[in-house]
Write a protein that binds this ligand. Structure first.
Ligand code: SF4
Length: 313
């Protein structure tokens, strides 16, 4: 494996710039799969008020893109998911610091609404960063799909990395749930809990939502998997056919709940159900649900050790 000091200093500046651009881009330009899902929902929605809200959302997306404005006023809690190539030449501590600086610069220089506060004093850092913020997850990408699951669009160079920025609005992040089910609850218990979460959330996460589900693992891993699930483009499936079938079944069931766009009725309650799973203990079956609002913002960038940056979603 190459030594981690092979990446010159200016490349970390490219990482910082990429993090800054990603945060801003994510807030302004929604991914094509999401726009297609909203248009498809508009075409099939039977409820009049549901159709009206979907029209407003589609117009909102178009105006934000055209005028280079924010899709929603809530600039969110900043989450970065970092995919690391198996022969990554970067020093990850320096990458983390660069991502944090990029987030701060986006907030101050754009400027963006600062949301990050101390949990007790509620003092705002004014930078959308702070202790353990932005939230960063690291995923080491296997060289071959046989060696482990990869996020769709696996274009991480072996010696590079891919940054995903996921600004998470509080309306949807507040609608996060974890339940430590036990094997006796069965698959029926898993389905019931996920649907109950969608019902309990109702209008609060600004539906139609993407339902991110973590299944199995430990309490913390399960919750992180639910967040990873939200990153998966709509229309993709879990690579395990049993889990993929559950995604389809829950998608159909959730859209029978009648919650509808913005919770005011209709058949479009969710745009997708994405499940990520891990093996778990024989006596456990944790399930986590992380709802993502209709303004499902995400943006990504691949960075090579030469400092080349390619933006995507
Ligand atoms: S939940 Fe999403 S759409 Fe609703 S206010 Fe927050 S960021 Fe905006």
């Amino acid at each position: 494996m190459p030594a981690t000091n092979q990446v010159p200093a200016h490349v970390y500046e490219a990482v910082e710039e990429a993090a800054m651009q990603l945060y801003i881009r994510a807030l302004k330009v929604l991914p094509p799969d999401l726009k297609a899902a909203l248009a498809q929902a508009r075409a099939t929605e039977t409820d009049e008020s549901g159709r009206r809200f979907l029209d407003i959302m589609l117009e909102n997306v178009e105006v934000a893109e055209r005028d280079e404005n924010l899709v929603c006023q809530d600039t969110g809690t900043v989450v970065f998911w970092l995919e690391i190539g198996e022969e990554c030449a970067f020093n990850l501590a320096r990458v983390s610091a660069a991502v944090k600086r990029g987030t701060e610069r986006a907030t101050v220089e754009h400027p963006l609404r600062p949301n990050a506060v101390h949990p007790l004093t509620r003092k705002n850092t004014m930078t959308n960063t702070g202790r353990h913020l932005p939230a960063m997850h690291y995923e080491f990408v296997p060289g071959s799909p046989e060696d482990g699951p990869r996020l769709p669009g696996a274009d991480v160079p072996a010696d590079g990395l891919k940054l995903h920025c996921l600004p998470k609005g509080s309306g949807s992040e507040n609608m996060s749930f974890l339940k430590m089910l036990i094997p006796a609850d069965g698959v029926a218990g898993v389905k019931r809990f996920i649907l109950e979460c969608i019902v309990e959330a109702g209008p609060k996460p600004c539906p139609p939502t993407i339902v991110g589900v973590g299944l199995g693992g430990t309490a913390d891993l399960c919750t992180a998997l639910a967040k990873r699930a939200v990153l998966r483009p709509l229309g993709t499936h879990n690579d395990d056919p049993v889990v993929a079938a559950l995604e389809d079944e829950l998608f159909a069931a959730a859209n029978e709940l009648g919650i509808g766009p913005m919770g005011l009725g209709g058949r479009t309650t969710v745009l997708g159900v994405n499940i990520e799973h891990a093996h778990t203990h024989i006596t456990q079956n944790p399930v986590a649900v992380n709802l993502q609002c209709w303004a499902a913002r995400r943006a990504s960038a691949v960075v090579t050790p030469a400092g080349d940056v390619t933006y995507g979603f």
